[in-house]
Design a protein around this ligand. Structure first.
Ligand code: 13P
Length: 252
């Protein structure tokens, strides 16, 4: 059975004081959630106080994005090695906000994933369709295209053993409109099938998270679906009590 994972994506929110308090409260609140893996992804500049606040807890820390370059003259970027050095074990790659506002292409996302994995991080690869794409019945085609450059990587088997995928329908992010558990399951099963075509054993072990308006009141129904292995949580991850409830709903 796949161990569930719940990760909070704090996006561009918080400051030293609020991030430290949130991390401490998440660490305390999830202490008894032994049946689930938990992580939080604060803004890069708040990594140090958050890692310090999480010390000794069962909560992992991750970046929200990473450069596809190892190091060099790339103003404003964060290298995978820097995330590791700061105490991170996870990193989100290809979040729809990076794709939409910062020009991340499917190829660049694959390059970021390679760089993250090479540094020893667990990359969380985000995929998902827009509302227009869903209405045009293009969901599976869009996701297949997002996965294609990753599945074509020469060391894909090695990567599959390490990575996590998050299905985040763009129309459900920050809108309060969640995919129904059935809609999520349908796409998660499609993703697992696409991975299985490449490596059936890895597909069975791969964790596929759902993201998009996950809240304490809908988490259990989503996690009850066979191919939903946890959540990538935005807004509700900013409230320790809500995030802790979501983690508890995933514990088994
Ligand atoms: P919300 O939970 O706020 O919809 O955000 C989801 C998300 O983008 C997590 O990465």
């Amino acid at each position: 059975m796949r161990r569930r994972l719940v990760v909070g994506n704090w996006k561009m929110h918080g400051n030293r004081a609020s991030a430290t308090a949130l991390a401490s409260n998440v660490a305390a609140g999830t202490k008894s959630c032994s049946g689930v893996d938990v992580g939080v992804c604060p803004p890069a500049i708040l990594m140090a106080p958050v890692v310090a606040a999480l010390a000794g807890s069962r909560v992992a820390c991750g970046g929200q994005d990473v450069s596809e370059h190892e190091s060099g003259a790339y103003t404003g970027e964060t290298a995978a090695g820097m995330l590791v050095d700061a105490g991170c074990t996870l990193v989100i790659v290809g979040h729809s906000e990076r794709r939409q506002f910062f020009g991340d292409t499917n190829d660049r996302v694959a390059a970021k994933l390679v760089r993250a994995a090479a540094a020893g991080l667990t990359p969380i690869l985000c995929v998902g369709e827009t509302l227009t794409e869903r209405r045009k019945a293009e969901t599976s085609g869009v996701i297949a295209a997002q996965l294609a450059p990753v599945l074509a990587l020469p060391n894909i088997r090695e990567l599959l053993a390490r990575m996590v995928i998050a299905y985040e329908p763009v129309w459900a992010i920050g809108t309060g409109e969640t995919a129904t558990p059935e809609q999520a399951q349908e796409v998660h099963a499609f993703i697992r099938g696409a991975i299985a075509a490449c490596d059936a054993t890895a597909a069975g072990a791969l964790r596929i998270l759902y993201g998009g308006s996950v809240k304490p009141d809908n988490a259990a129904a989503l996690f009850a679906k066979p191919d939903v292995d946890g959540g990538l949580v935005g807004g509700a991850a900013l409230k320790a009590a809500d995030f802790t409830q979501i983690c508890a709903a995933a514990a088994r």
